[in-house]
Design a protein around this ligand. Structure first.
Ligand SMILES: C[S@@+](CC[C@H](N)C(=O)[O-])C[C@H]1O[C@@H](n2cnc3c(N)ncnc32)[C@H](O)[C@@H]1O
Length: 211
């Protein structure tokens, strides 16, 4: 990754992700988090102010050192301990079943092998643990989808590999989760091609029965 990817893009994402209008969405996706939480694509910690009191500890997974540094002030003000312990959502250095909940916001679009990342989340969640997601992806309307397909190559080049056409809920389901809550909507103030959001909760499957 060049200077743009390592130094400029994390600052751009920190600035755009700090928009006040995103606060209510971040509050919604974080509201039901509880216990020991892993957050992938932690970025500059923009969800930290929205962690509810029921969260006891957060493990951050984030490849960008610059984004992690930008999180400094929010981490110092955090009400719960947050530790960075992983760099890649595709390969989580944690034991099976070690988390109560997982959080991912606007991150599944840019992880190269998203199916592997979701399988990893399922693995590190305890049976019945919950994945809380807020992601942009494939739009509900054909006309918007056509533009998403046209613009995706440009978006991927400019925004760190970000895909526009990932079917978020289908990917979560394909990884073995059961989606229990889902709201699909166009984000206000954002072009529909990049603002087709899926906000939801999915449950990790129970342990297979012993024979
Ligand atoms: C659009 S930003 C979102 C950041 C933050 N979740 C938010 O809501 O503001 C996407 C983040 O995913 C991170 N990311 C990219 N590839 C990743 C990977 N393989 N594993 C984990 N995080 C990754 C990027 O460094 C970036 O911080």
């Amino acid at each position: 990754m060049g200077f743009y990817g390592t130094a400029v893009l994390p600052r751009l994402l920190n600035a755009t992700g700090s928009a006040e209008a995103l606060g209510p969405l971040r509050r919604r996706v974080c509201a039901a988090l509880a216990g020991d939480v892993v957050e992938i694509g932690f970025g500059s910690g923009l969800n930290v102010p929205f962690y509810p009191a029921a969260v006891t500890r957060v493990t951050a997974v984030e490849p960008s050192d610059v984004a992690w540094r930008l999180a400094g002030e929010r981490l110092r003000a955090a009400a719960v301990p947050v530790q960075r312990a992983g760099l890649d959502g595709q390969s989580l250095p944690f034991a099976d079943g070690s988390y109560d909940a997982a959080l991912s916001t606007w991150t599944l679009c840019s992880i190269p092998d998203v199916a592997t990342a979701l399988t990893e989340l399922r693995r590190v969640l305890r049976p019945g643990g919950t994945l809380h997601f807020l992601e942009h992806g494939l739009a509900p309307d054909d006309r918007v989808r056509r533009w998403q397909r046209r613009l995706e190559p440009l978006q991927r080049r400019l925004v760190g590999g970000c895909h526009l056409t990932r079917p978020i809920a289908d990917l979560v389901t394909a990884a073995g989760f059961t989606v229990t809550e889902l709201d699909v909507f166009y984000q206000e103030g954002t072009p529909k091609v990049t603002g087709a959001d899926s906000l939801g909760v999915a449950v990790a499957p129970p342990m297979p029965a012993a024979h």
